[in-house]
Design a protein around this ligand. Structure first.
Ligand SMILES: [Zn+2]
Length: 839
């Protein structure tokens, strides 16, 4: 499906970036700022590892005060973190964070780049990070970003000299930047990139240091700062009515899924960068020392500079259209400039200025938010000239057609023109979903097939219109992506990106199905039409030793957007087994196997994502004792649903319902993650929980952090939480007490049960406990001492108290069978002498 896309890309990625919310229309102050920025030919690349690492104060300062072309290269899209505003995790969280970075850049004026590195979760050391990432590939992508963006200055957020003292991704970003600085200009390195761009040597590399790097402001005040530059990032911008740090706070507040919404700040504030490499600094505190950042930088630039500096110093805020003739003169001169890099950047900027000065309104809106290849869409164009300039619409070109549509008409002042065109989406047009999710990724890397896509924040839009204009005798083409414009009575006018989606997509009701015995389960598949008149059938792909009934189900959907649900029966094998199931929708012999996921938040553009539609099916070899489980919820996890999947009756107990009578109904009580950090009532209810244990109950407490615990007595005996964690999900687990009942009843636990774990072994393990506790397991990350607090058991009265930092809450949704078997043993503690309950 890719041929069309590739030939468009080279052109598209440099012509416009997508702004899918309401398209920006510049006011006079903004046009003036754009003119100021047009007159600076300097650039800054800021490098770190994650969305939210970037110092928006410095990015905004470079972009809005220095007026440099400024970009943030985030090595990852932040897939590994937690989502505080919704249920999306992993790849979908990466999609949200990508958009939050773009939203931040729309505020601070920067651009956004990425590499293929996948945020696989917390990493203690860059050695581990660079082993899980493909170091060579991430380095190649940093070099690619440098060669493409051609920064004069690079600023690292992190210190390359602090391995092991911060997140391994952080130090890695700085180390890779240091290496890339030395390699980007070597034409013998990463030569295939040079078919698409040129080698480039940045002038200087800095580290964005801070007092906290030195422990305290006092210590920082004492150090020699002769190799540092200082900026007052609290500078005030009258044209914005805001201080730089205020703009920066607004930008970083876009990271809402990380809980970064915050109040703004103002006033003078110093920011330091430490010189690391490149041409030495001069005495003028000038980050660009030795680089001419005026128009004189490029051959043929001086004449343009003469025109543009006059416009800047005599800017007409009342009627910016008076500058059109001179702007066109500069535009024509710019087209003859030899330096292709600056020519492309400045042409794009100048077109935005010309469009804004002439009050042009150009928009193409589709009559539908999405369309499938091979289907028809109606487009409505609005063309309006809100100045007295002489502007003709010569023609427009639709990207789905090879020829232009001739118009040859004058655009009368403030007279709106509308045109309608029906287009047909070509059969081979690529989907517009996030490109980095198109191919199977690894733990450490996204797999992107085309070099020209690598680093782009979004998939370039393939449906757009070129408006070929003639402004005061000068031909000028302005390109607009197709958008979907609509309204909601309670929201007003809204915009969405126009998406190319598959004819049909299918989703499965759950991501994991656990079979605790050989009983069959019915699962529901939802098929969604991406066009009218879908007629075909669904069948399932599944592992050999499983069975699915029936073979096929008919699908007939009349209207685009409608859904049909079908049920398949999944029959597990007798013994343990696991694999994947995928619904395959067959339409006229072509199979569709993707799920369409929509992400809708008001601070980012609407997102349409395609992911392989698949669920894990697991036939466990598992024995259980006890049936009724009480669950006290903490920060939120899917442990209750997971336990229900293996046949337990799980009742969520609200804090106010915790009473001796109520607790006595349960075979075991499980406390959700971080409950003792966030549930205030536990302060008063803990005595009932401990008494429940004393009377013969079985209490299982999952991880809490050691800060801000609501109770003094987490356990009946002394138990001290620490920050010890084992982040390597494959770290060897040593069984300390092989004969302990919890490791033998009713399931015999062996090291095989620790295979296939995801993300980590566990976190916030206790590091001190009284002698009543028995530690059952030990593990550690490479180069660290053995951590023995992952699973601690103590007898208390007639019952059992169990504390575990093992990441069951991560393993259950991933269908990790050993985690289920071990947890069944925790729930069965103390029931060795009771008869087995029938399922
Ligand atoms: Zn970070």
């Amino acid at each position: 499906m890719y041929p069309i896309r590739l030939c468009l890309l080279l052109f598209l990625s440099t012509i416009f970036t997508i702004n899918a919310q309401q398209p920006k229309k510049l006011n006079s102050s903004e046009i003036y700022e754009a003119v100021q920025k047009l007159n600076v030919l300097g650039s800054v690349l800021y490098i770190a590892a994650h969305p939210d690492d970037e110092n928006t104060r410095l990015i905004s300062y470079m972009s809005n005060q220095v007026k440099a072309r400024t970009a943030y290269l985030s090595l990852t899209r932040g897939d590994g973190g937690q989502n505080l505003i919704g249920s999306e995790i992993r790849e979908l969280l990466g999609v949200i964070r990508t958009q939050e970075l773009l939203a931040a850049r729309r505020i601070d004026g920067g651009e956004q780049r990425f590499t293929r590195a996948n945020d696989f979760g917390y990493s203690k050391h860059p050695d581990e990070t660079l082993e899980i990432w493909n170091k060579e590939d991430v380095l190649a992508d940093v070099i690619w970003a440098i060669r493409e963006f051609k920064p004069d200055i690079i600023i690292n957020r992190f210190d390359h000299r602090r391995a092991g003292r911060t997140h391994g991704h952080h130090t890695s970003s700085a180390m890779l930047s240091m290496e890339a600085f030395d390699l980007a200009n070597d034409p013998s390195k990463y030569t295939s990139q040079l078919e698409l761009t040129e080698a480039w040597q940045p002038k200087r590399l800095f580290y964005n240091t801070s007092w906290w790097r030195y422990g305290s402001q006092e210590e920082f005040d004492k150090i020699d700062k002769s190799n540092m530059l200082k900026f007052d990032i609290g500078v005030y911008y009258p044209s914005k009515g805001m201080s730089n740090n205020e703009v920066a706070s607004l930008a970083s507040s876009q990271h809402l899924c990380q809980g970064f919404g915050r109040v703004t700040s103002r006033g003078s504030q110093d920011e330091y960068i430490e010189f690391l490499k490149g041409d030495p600094l001069d005495n003028n505190n000038d980050v660009f020392a030795g680089i001419d950042t005026s128009w004189n930088r490029i051959k043929g630039g001086q004449a343009i500079g003469n025109i543009m500096t006059k416009i800047e110093s005599n800017f007409n805020f009342v009627d910016p259209s008076t500058h059109i003739p001179k702007l066109l003169e500069a535009y024509k001169l710019l087209q003859n400039v030899e330096d292709e890099h600056w020519k492309a950047i400045k042409t794009k900027e100048l077109k935005v200025i010309l469009e804004a000065c002439s009050g042009l309104y150009l928009e193409v809106s589709a009559n539908n938010p999405h369309a499938a290849p091979n289907s028809n869409v109606g487009l409505r164009m609005e063309v309006l000239n809100r100045s007295t300039a002489n502007i003709n619409l010569v023609s427009y070109n639709l990207s789905t057609l090879n020829k232009g549509i001739s118009k040859n008409m004058k655009l009368p002042t403030n007279q709106r023109l509308n045109f309608e065109e029906g287009i047909s989406i070509p059969n081979n047009m690529a989907y517009t979903a996030p490109y980095w999710l198109n191919n199977q990724s690894t733990l450490g890397m996204y797999n992107v097939k085309y070099q020209d896509l690598i680093g782009l924040p979004e998939t370039p839009r393939s449906v757009f219109v070129d408006f070929n204009l003639n402004i005061e005798g000068t031909p000028l083409t302005i390109t607009k992506p197709v958008v979907y414009r609509y309204s909601k009575p309670d929201k007003g006018e809204l915009y969405r990106p126009f998406e190319i989606i598959p004819e049909v997509s299918a989703s499965i009701s759950d991501k994991v199905f656990i079979f605790e015995n050989d009983q069959q389960k019915e699962i529901e598949i939802t098929v969604k039409a991406g066009r009218d008149s879908i007629d075909g059938y669904v069948q399932m792909a599944y592992p050999n030793d499983w069975s699915v009934f029936p073979d096929k189900q008919k699908v007939e959907i009349s209207n685009k957007g409608d859904i049909q649900k079908v049920i398949f029966t999944i029959i597990p094998p007798k013994g343990k087994s696991e694999g994947l199931i995928t619904p395959m929708v067959n339409i006229n012999g072509e199979f569709f196997t993707d799920e369409l996921i929509e992400i809708d938040y008001s601070h980012i553009p609407f997102q349409t994502v395609l992911m392989p539609s698949e669920s894990k099916i697991v036939r466990l070899d598992i024995q259980k004792r006890g049936k009724n489980i009480g669950y006290i919820e903490g920060a939120g996890d899917v442990v209750p649903q997971s336990l229900r999947q293996i046949g337990y009756n799980v009742t969520v107990i609200k804090p106010e319902q915790i009473s001796p009578e109520n607790l006595s109904n349960f075979d075991a009580i499980v406390v959700g993650i971080r409950a003792y950090n966030i549930v205030d009532e536990l302060k008063f209810k803990q005595k009932f929980l401990l008494n429940y244990v004393k009377e013969g109950g079985n209490l299982i407490v999952q991880y809490n952090t050691n800060r801000r615990l609501k109770v003094d007595n987490l356990a009946p005996y002394n138990l001290n939480l620490s920050r010890d964690r084992v982040t390597d999900e494959n770290a060897l687990v040593r069984i300390l007490e092989p004969n302990h009942p919890i490791l033998n009843f009713p399931n015999k636990i062996t090291i095989q049960d620790f295979e296939g774990w995801v993300q980590e072994r566990g976190l916030y393990f206790p590091n001190e406990w009284s002698e009543e506790f028995t530690p059952l397991l030990a593990a550690n990350d490479k180069g660290e001492t053995s951590k023995e607090g992952a699973l601690l058991v103590a007898k208390y009265g007639k019952g059992n108290y169990i504390y575990t930092g093992l990441s069951f809450f991560r393993e259950f949704p991933a269908g990790v069978s050993g985690a289920y078997r071990l947890f069944a043993n925790l729930l069965s503690a103390g029931k060795e002498n009771k008869t087995q309950l029938k399922n």
